[in-house]
Every structure is written in structure tokens, then in C-alpha cells.
Design a protein around this ligand. Structure first.
Ligand code: CUO
Length: 703
């Protein structure tokens, strides 16, 4: 093939928004002219190999002007084939050539998704950092009104003359709609980027070696359970009750109008009025047909299996839903992923729900309307119904968890280890008081604008922020030697909606994980002081990493890999829920568990092998290329492993995710104080919300 000219940035050019129909056959006749006109601006030329690739026609069935939904099985199959293609390219150069070939022929959303999955999973692309999606597709994250202004500015004004385009914090609604009080959380760019990245790292379809990650079904449950806990924490901070559970047969109370544009279809994302009612879906173009009754049947079968304590595979073989594997099996069934042990029987419940809700405004396609924000992992968290739907899903998981044996004090305690005090110290020296406020941030969106000069165009948005703080944990070791432990830190509201002390059986659903790390505890002297910065949290990634694209070293050694799963991680700026002006009363819980029960086992593929796959050794090695190393959660920076896992490693904690709050408390234990064994401690903490806005710091995104 001829060398293809791509704009500045070499490999990164394959991420430039591709729907500017620049190189496809339509423009082939004038390619020479275009090159003369724009060639000098190109900067870098990438030589493209003459490669043979399999027929990609199947994946071109989704038009370049359509929207792409991972939840749609037809779309998923197309993207899955594209991922297969990208993964199968032998060398980096061939991979790059295939990318360039596909870039102008495929639906841009599907293309960027498949390309991102491939970049995250190919060995030779380790070190290449994905550009933040908010810059590739800013339309999915920010007020649609900004774009016409941005285009106007780009054409009329020079770079020096331009002003930053400010997005007001309340662009999607008013407080007449009470759900709007927590829009700052739902519409947060970092939250939505995290969710997109999570689904990128844990795709539910594609090559088995990509999908079949350690405990991915359990992590699907846990990560979304934590989203629910965090959302409910924010709701209580805003005088809203905990979110209700979705009901398939009742009108949806929560209306939502996202005010986002579709980039390539020049349309807006559909809104949903309050009172919309789910109906059976029959969308011919999307090859999608199912009834609400189907969803009810799948839920019934799953619930029945949970109560029976086992699921059955297509051959009738019984697979127990035990303490260790049950939740993982259920996660893969309910989501569902290709690891679903029996999709005919248990269906695809969670994804069907996303779709049924996403098409509620046009279930049979008569208006030629595409899906709403619930149909896209990038935008779904904006909609209040996301949380009622996930409350519905979480309830199924919790039914299983409630049937498991409660943890006995012996399982919870760590003999010889006593936590004698815990406090948090906020920068400035205040104790057990956390602060939140608003922070502005600037971002360059020019990468995501078509047909405009590629010079920076900044927008300014506002997000929640908190003052950083330090945990100080006093521990006594009465054993005769230095021991290791895992410090587990959680935070929950102290009172319920009625101002009453919460029962632990309710409060346990609201404990948000704040941090988890391993420590050495000396016996001489017996008293140890553990200090830990809030910014080191194993849950979050720092602000800049939520947004910044850092270029790595293609094909370079693993240690050059700049970060864990590139952008997956709860945004640091939302580590602390908003709180209230008077100081929102919370309980900070700290536990030190025995590391012997926490560390992941060394290679033991059999515990990971799928029930319905018998793996050859060679394949097993390929599927589980985990490194046998000490738990990487030790040390100061363990990346955002709590919600995202670690690349090419097992999940770095052998306990059930959410331990010790993943199960109902022992009988007779009503509140957190009664739950405590000597290796635990609980402290009252207040979160003070200050309604003032800090101007942007100097770290504009994309500058
Ligand atoms: Cu992440 Cu429902 O799974 O969105």
C-alpha cells in the first residue's frame, strides 16, 4: 500500500476522530490534491505495510453515522470481530496498518472501542497510553451547546483571542427535579471515564484470553455495588433517600434529558420523560427482539438457582454457588459475559435491562431514534435510572450473599493485633473532619472536533473536590514477631434518612472502600503508628490520570508501562462524598486482617479454570499469564486495584471483594460497634461541604 499520511502524532493519529471522511474511497480520487493541501501540516508519515487481513465486511454493517452500543449483541459481535482482528496481527507494524485500514471504514465509536481494547491487551502495545475518551469524543461528556460555540471560535478567532468556554454546573436540569441534586456525581467526567475504562478492561465478549480475567464476574458485582454505595452516600448528603429498586412493570419515575449531541449523526441523545413505561423491544435494524417477560423469566431462574445454591450448565451438570466461586459465576451470568455457564437458561439480564431502558422512547424503531444514554457504558452513569437498574441487579447478588454463612469472630479477628486508635488529619491539622468544595478545571476539546483547525479550544467545567488528608492508625502487636497485615479502610453514613442510627445489615451496603494496603507491624516496640496519605488510595487514580494521555514506549519493557489499566480507577476528586454544610456524620472503619488469609495464591490455574472449558496446559498458560509476585498492593502506590484489578495479575486480595461487609453480620450483631473484633476500630468523622468554587489550577487537560 502507499504510505498513508496521517496528522501529527504518529501512532496517536489512529485515535483522531475518524468520522471526518478523509481517506475512504469517497475521497480517493482527490487524495493527491488533499495531500498537497494538507500534507505540509501532517508532520509525521507512517509507512503502512501491505498486509492481508480477513474480510472485515461483517464489522462494517454498523453505519459510520450510527451510534454504537456494547449492550447490543449485534454491535458487540461486530466489535468482537474487530478486536479479534486487531489482536491477531502478528507484529506491531501490521497492527498499525490494520488500524489505519479500519479507521476510515468502521463506525468510529466501535473502532475506538475495539482499538482501545486491543491496545490495552496486546503485549507490544504495553506502554501506549490511551488518549482520554473525553477528548476523543467530548460530545459524550459535555454540554452539546458548547460545540457550536467552539466551532465559531475556532474559525473566527485566533488562538490568542479565544476565551475559555465555561460549562455551567447545572446544564441538564434544575432542583425542581430532586434527582438533579446529585447530577454533579452522575455527570462527572471522571466517573463516566472510569466506568468506560472499567468495561474496556473487562469486556464481556471478545477473545477468551481477554475476557477471562481473574474474578471478573465478582469484580463486575463489586465495582457496581461500590458505585451504588457511593451514589447513595451522595444522596444522603443531599437529603435524598437511598435509590429505589427498578421495577420492570412500573412507570419509570426518573425523567432525564442529557443534552448531549451525537457526534456523527448530528442529533441529540434522546431524553426520557417521567412516567415512561418499558415495553417489549423489537428493533429490526439492530437485530434486537425480546420481551419484558423474558427478563422476568431470566431473573426468576437466577433467583431460583441462588436459593437452590447451584446453577446448571447446558449438559445438566450442577455447579455449586459456593463461598469462593459463587459470586464470580453469578457475575458472569447476570451481566452477562461469554463466561456465562448457561446463557440459554439464564440469559443476559443486566445488558437487556440497559437496552430495554435505552429504547423506552422508541421500542420498535418507528421513529428511527437510537438508544439513549443508558445504552452506552460511556454515558449510562449520567442517568438516574442507571442506579435504580443497578439496585435491581445488586439485589440479586445480595440475595446470594445473604445466604452465605456469616463471618465468625475467628474469621474476622487477627490474634495478637489490636487497633487502639484511628483518626484522620486534614491538611491544616483538623482532626476527624473532612472538607469538600467545588473545583474548576480546563480541558482542550479540539481533538474531538471535526473540520475545524486543530488548535486548542478550552472548556471549563466544575467538579467536586476535597482537601487531602492523612489516616493515622495506632496498632499494638502482642505477638513475639513482626507480622504483616492488610489495612482495610471503609467509610459509611452513621444515620439513615430518618436520622436514626443505622443497623449494620443496612449500613454494610453503604460502606465505601477508601483504601486497602499491606503493612508490616513490629512487635518491638509493641506500639506502631501507621500513616497513610489519602492520595495513595488503592481505589482512586489521581486527577491528571483521569484525563491526561501520557505517551509511553511502544513495545518497550513492562516497567515502562506508565500506569495500571490506563485510566481505570475511581477519580480521586470523588474519593470523599459531598457531605453537608453542618458536617455530615460518618463512621470510618479500619480493620487489619491477617495477611495469611489475604495473599493471593501462587499459580494454581485449576482454581481459575472455567467450569465449562477444559483447558490444555498451553492454553492455560496463555490465559493466565499471571506473575507470581508478592502482593503488589504493598507499598505506596498500588494503582486503582480495588475496583480495577491489576494488569496480568490476579486480583490482589484473596478475600471476598468487599470483605468484611460483603455478608450480613453475625446473628445478634445490630450495629458496627458490636461487630468489632480487637483488630478493628471505628471513628466518627464529619464531612463539611463548603459551597465555594476554586478556580482552575495550572494543569489544564490537553494543554
Ligand atoms: Cu457498568 Cu450496567 O454495567 O453498566
Amino acid at each position: 500500500a502507499e504510505p498513508v499520511f496521517v496528522p501529527k502524532g504518529s501512532q496517536r493519529a489512529v485515535f483522531q476522530v475518524p468520522h471526518a471522511e478523509f481517506l475512504p474511497s469517497r475521497y480517493q480520487p482527490i487524495a493527491q490534491k488533499l495531500e498537497q493541501r494538507y500534507g505540509p501540516e501532517a508532520g509525521v508519515r507512517v509507512p503502512i505495510q501491505d498486509i492481508q487481513i480477513p474480510d472485515v465486511l461483517y464489522s462494517t454493517q454498523l453505519s459510520r453515522r450510527d451510534n454504537f452500543s456494547l449492550f447490543n449483541p449485534f454491535h458487540r459481535e461486530m466489535s468482537s470481530r474487530l478486536i479479534d482482528l486487531f489482536m491477531s496481527m502478528e507484529s506491531y507494524d501490521d497492527f498499525l496498518s490494520a488500524c489505519v485500514y479500519c479507521r476510515d471504514r468502521m463506525n468510529p465509536y466501535m473502532y475506538v472501542y475495539a482499538l482501545s481494547v486491543a491496545v490495552l491487551h496486546r503485549q507490544d502495545t504495553r506502554g501506549i497510553q490511551l488518549p482520554p475518551l473525553a477528548q476523543i469524543f467530548p460530545h459524550k461528556f459535555i454540554d452539546g451547546a458548547v460545540f457550536s460555540m467552539a466551532r465559531e471560535d475556532a474559525y473566527l478567532l485566533t488562538e490568542d483571542e479565544r476565551q475559555i468556554l465555561v460549562i455551567p454546573p447545572d446544564f441538564t436540569g434544575t432542583d425542581l427535579e430532586e434527582e438533579h441534586r446529585v447530577a454533579y456525581f452522575r455527570e462527572d467526567i471522571g466517573v463516566n471515564l472510569h466506568h468506560w475504562h472499567w468495561h474496556l478492561v473487562y469486556p464481556f465478549q471478545g477473545p477468551l484470553e481477554i475476557v477471562n480475567k481473574d474474578r471478573r464476574g465478582e469484580l463486575f458485582y463489586y465495582m457496581h455495588q461500590q458505585i451504588m454505595a457511593r451514589y447513595n452516600f451522595e444522596r444522603l448528603s443531599n437529603q435524598l433517600g437511598r435509590t429505589s429498586r427498578f421495577n420492570l412493570r412500573q412507570p419509570i419515575q426518573e425523567g432525564y434529558f442529557p443534552k448531549l449531541n451525537h457526534t456523527n449523526a448530528s442529533r441529540v441523545w434522546a431524553g426520557r420523560h417521567s412516567g415512561a413505561q418499558l415495553r417489549d423491544i423489537n428493533r429490526e435494524d439492530e437485530r434486537l427482539r425480546f420481551a419484558i417477560q423474558d427478563m422476568e423469566a431470566f431473573r426468576e431462574r437466577i433467583m431460583e438457582a441462588i436459593h437452590r445454591g447451584s446453577v446448571t450448565d447446558p449438559q445438566g451438570q450442577v455447579i455449586p454457588l459456593d463461598e469462593e466461586r459463587g459470586i464470580d459465576i453469578l457475575g458472569n451470568i447476570i451481566e452477562s459475559s461469554i463466561l456465562n455457564v448457561n446463557p440459554v437458561m439464564y440469559g443476559n439480564l443486566h445488558n437487556m435491562g440497559h437496552l430495554a431502558i435505552a429504547y423506552v422512547h422508541d421500542p420498535d424503531g418507528r421513529h428511527m431514534e437510537t438508544f439513549s444514554v443508558m445504552g452506552d457504558a460511556t454515558t449510562a452513569m449520567r442517568d438516574p435510572v442507571f442506579y435504580t437498574w443497578h439496585a435491581y441487579i445488586d439485589e440479586i447478588f445480595q440475595t446470594h450473599k445473604n445466604l452465605l454463612p456469616r463471618y465468625s469472630p475467628a474469621q474476622l479477628d487477627y490474634q495478637g493485633i489490636r487497633v487502639t486508635n484511628v483518626e484522620v488529619v486534614t491538611t491544616g491539622g483538623r482532626r476527624n473532619e473532612l472538607d469538600t468544595f467545588w473545583q474548576q478545571q480546563d480541558m482542550d476539546i479540539s481533538r474531538g472536533l471535526d473540520f475545524v483547525p486543530r488548535t486548542p479550544i478550552f472548556i471549563r467545567f466544575t467538579h467536586l473536590q476535597h482537601t487531602s488528608f492523612l489516616y493515622r492508625i495506632q496498632v499494638e502487636n502482642t505477638t513475639k514477631s513482626t507480622v504483616e497485615g492488610t489495612v482495610r479502610i471503609f467509610l459509611a453514613p452513621k444515620f439513615n434518612e430518618r436520622g436514626k442510627r443505622m443497623l449494620l445489615r443496612d449500613q454494610r451496603h453503604l460502606f465505601i472502600e477508601m483504601d486497602k494496603f499491606q503493612v508490616k507491624i513490629r512487635s518491638n516496640p509493641r506500639r506502631n503508628m501507621i500513616e497513610r496519605e489519602s492520595t495513595s488510595s488503592s481505589v482512586t487514580i489521581p486527577f491528571v490520570r483521569t484525563f491526561e494521555d501520557l505517551e509511553g514506549n511502544p513495545g518497550g519493557p513492562p516497567e515502562m508501562e506508565p500506569f495500571n489499566y490506563c485510566g481505570c480507577g475511581w477519580p480521586d476528586h470523588l474519593l470523599v462524598p459531598r457531605g453537608t454544610p453542618e458536617g455530615f456524620p460518618c463512621q470510618l472503619f479500619v480493620m487489619i486482617s491477617n495477611v495469611v488469609d489475604d495473599v493471593v495464591r501462587t499459580t494454581n490455574s485449576s482454581s481459575l479454570a472455567l467450569h465449562n472449558h477444559s483447558l490444555k496446559d498451553s492454553l492455560r498458560e496463555k490465559l493466565y499469564p499471571y506473575v507470581d509476585e508478592p502482593n503488589p498492593a504493598t507499598g505506596k502506590d498500588s494503582d486503582a486495584s480495588s475496583y480495577c484489578g491489576l494488569r496480568n495479575r490476579r486480583y490482589p486480595d484473596r478475600r471476598s471483594m468487599g470483605f468484611p461487609f460483603d455478608r450480613d453480620p453475625p446473628y445478634g450483631v445490630n450495629n458496627i460497634e458490636q461487630f468489632l473484633t480487637p483488630n478493628m476500630f471505628v471513628t466518627d468523622v464529619h464531612i463539611f461541604y463548603n459551597n465555594h468554587t476554586e478556580p482552575p489550577k495550572n494543569n489544564s487537560i490537553g494543554n
